[in-house]
Write a new protein. Structure first.
Length: 319
């Protein structure tokens, strides 16, 4: 068996996706952001950031007295799957920002792939996005799965911008750590470090890109070539290869942190999420919810229950 032959299925499983939901996205508007949309209170389209980077964003301005929530997405999770939860928050007057980060979905289709991605760079683009469309006011950040790495890096770099941080089914460590063959490959690659970083990086790219080329046969996004999609997954995966949420939580100079865990989460991943909770409990105002009957992809696994629990979380939170 080739190393990690099951990893791409893990990606969809961790997103809670069936074949239909991993299929093509609807084409969204390709308008660009300007102050006209800020005044109108609602925007969907592309926001240009530095280095000619553009991200696809959906933004609803908050009603007076209501906070703004930023939804940081999962890896292979179409933004449309947040629709039910988003609609409920919009009806309550909350400000809403959901976006597709570099190498993801509509942003990938519009701007092309990036080969220089780290959790820090993804946090920086989130900060630039907020500077452009929201200003410096604090936000409630809700992150799903892979998005936990981005949200964590943002919280580490910009605690003054955080009103609260909520992890939904967070990525704790990279997915290959839950696959015996993935662990074997990771250990084999680690041995090449003794011969220098250059050899390690070349071996890493060769091994993982061979996996994606043999395992990912089609792009789920209209207008994105399969080779581009394969590379996008590689570079996003590489960005979190050394990520460990249990090591990052204690470094966060911020207290209002919550974790939501699905009842039917995968066993080893669920165990690691409870390890994260052990660290969150050491903060002020810790918060944990276990959603009965839910799977990893909480926004469409249990949208009504998720909305209700998030509302309770925001109501109890103390800034």
């Amino acid at each position: 068996m080739k190393p990690f032959l099951l990893l791409i299925f893990l990606l969809c499983a961790f997103a809670g996706a069936d074949d239909e939901k991993c299929g093509p996205l609807l084409e969204l508007q390709t308008v660009k952001f300007d102050e006209t949309y800020v005044n109108a209170g609602k925007f969907q389209g592309y926001v240009e950031l530095s280095n000619q980077k553009s991200l696809h964003v959906q933004h609803v301005k908050a009603k007076k007295g209501k906070p703004t929530i930023v939804f940081v997405n999962g890896l292979v999770y179409p933004n449309s799957r947040w629709d039910k939860v988003i609609a409920k928050f919009e009806a309550e007057g909350y400000g809403l920002i959901r976006y597709e980060f570099t190498n993801q979905a509509t942003s990938l289709r519009h701007a092309g792939r990036s080969t220089e991605i780290t959790t820090d760079s993804l946090a920086t683009e989130l900060r630039e996005l907020l500077d452009r469309i929201h200003g410096s006011e604090k936000v409630e950040i809700v992150s799903l799965s892979y998005g936990s790495s981005i949200a964590t890096s943002f919280a580490l770099k910009h605690p003054e911008r955080m009103a609260s941080l909520t992890y939904l089914s967070p990525l704790v460590i990279s997915l290959e750590n839950y696959n015996p063959m993935g662990v074997m490959l990771k250990n084999q690659l680690a041995m090449t470090k003794f011969f220098g970083q250059v050899l390690y990086e070349a071996s890493y790219q060769n091994s993982y890109m061979n996996f994606y080329r043999t395992s990912v046969k089609a792009s789920p996004y209209e207008g994105v070539a399969v080779s581009v999609y394969q590379e996008s997954l590689f570079h996003l995966g590489k960005a979190v290869r050394d990520f460990d949420l249990t090591k990052e939580i204690p470094k966060i100079d911020f207290d209002n942190i919550a974790i939501f865990i699905a009842e039917h989460e995968e066993g080893p991943a669920k165990k690691d999420m409870f390890k994260v909770w052990e660290y969150i409990q050491k903060k002020k105002n810790p918060y944990k919810i276990e959603l009965d009957g839910a799977h990893h992809a909480l926004p469409d696994s249990k949208p009504d229950e998720l909305f209700a629990e998030l509302m309770k979380r925001f109501a109890l939170k103390t800034n």
